[in-house]
Structures are given as C-alpha cells and as structure tokens.
Design a protein around this ligand. Sequence first.
Ligand code: 6PG
Length: 234
Amino acid sequence: MTIAPIVRDIPELAETFAEHVEIAYGEARRSGRPFAIAVPGGSAAEGLLPRLVKLPLDWRHVLVFFVDERAVPPDHAESNARLVRETWLDRVPIPMANVHRMPGDLPDLEAAAAAYEGTMAEAIGAPPRLDLVLLGMGPDGHVASLFPGKPSLDEPQRCVLAVEDAPKPPARRLTLSLLAIGRARLVVLAAFGAAKAPVLREVLENDDSPLPAARALRSGPRPIVLLDPEAASR
Ligand code: 6PG
C-alpha cells in the first residue's frame, strides 16, 4: 500500500487533525459509544493537541488514553501525561475520570502494563478498539515505545507492554502493542522535521518495511499521515 501523506505546515496539519477528530467523534457518538482516543508525547502532541481545545465536543463523552508513557511520575518534565495535560486537557472541561494515564510511575512495569490493560478493558471492552490513535515517529522509525528490531513488535496477545530497554531515554516505558494500534478505527501518524525524512521514505514506499512505523500503518484500516514540508522533503 503506497500511502500519500498530507503535507502542510504544522498549524494547518493541526486543523486537519482536528477535523478528523471531530469526524471520528461524530461517528462514535452516532453509534452510541464514547469517543476513545490514544495520544503520544513528543512533537506530535505539542504540534497537534493544542488545536483540540477549540473543538465543540461534549467532553463528557471523550475518553483519553495514551499510546506510551515514560517510567516517571505524572508531574515529571518527561511525562507524556503532563505534556498532554498542559497542551490540551487542562484547557477543556473533560471529567478527570475520562483521562486514563498509563501508570509509568509504578515500580513494576509488567504489573503496570497489566493494570492498564485492565483499565482499557473496563472503559472500552476487551480487546480494546480505540476510535483514533495518534502516533508520533522517531528518526529511527519507532512509534509509541515500539523500537526497531525488538521482540515487542511481535506480541501476539497483549495490548499494553512494559519496555525496559528503549534506545530513546528514558529506557523504561509502557506502550500500546501493534495489536492494540492495529485494532483502532483510525491511525494518524504525524512526523515533523528533516531528521524524519529518510526513514519516512522507507515507511511510506516500502511495503515490506519491518520498521515499527511501517508495521503500524499496515496493521489496520487505511491510515492518515501528516507531514510538515521538512519531513516530506525526501
Ligand atoms: C515518547 C513518544 C514517542 C514519540 C516519538 C517521536 O514518549 O517519546 O510518545 O513515541 O512520539 O519518539 O517523538 P518526537 O515527535 O518528539 O520526535
């Protein structure tokens, strides 16, 4: 599958992303379910999530999950939960109970992953089917905390995994699996900056690429790819 990315400046990509969120929210509500979205940290969150503040959604029907989290307390500078609160959630009237942060601060990450699997099952059923998953991508082609060449990429059963050896610091993390990402109704991959350009070429053009980003894009229904001009330069 050759994927044609949408290439625009980041503020315009934020508009496009917000439109897709609004459409996916509408579809979920018409089907009588809450709208369940999972979000990352990093530049995708910083660039796209602030625009969601202006969306006219009934926030009581929005459930927020995370695609990954670092093993730090939720108020730590490295915490994805902190970033997502500051860029988006603190500025909308969403009930606290609708925000399901990954418990990366628990000392036993395997237990934390199992607990989050339970949290997702309770909120949206098991196996979970998210309405929308937003992914950033690293220059090595990682998405969430699924890194190239790691056995976690072939997890056959679990939706949430502990990571003890991530090459991007901090090494200890929690992540959704490719299984959970592939079950989503819509996957949106966002990548900004020239450092991502070489790997994007492989991800978008090589149907057999083993890179996590490529596998995530192949894992479900037709995805959406949002790139700024620098990321698209190759
Ligand atoms: C994290 C993120 C991670 C991120 C990529 C890309 O916790 O680090 O969730 O998966 O999306 O590493 O990050 P940048 O967009 O900041 O390069």
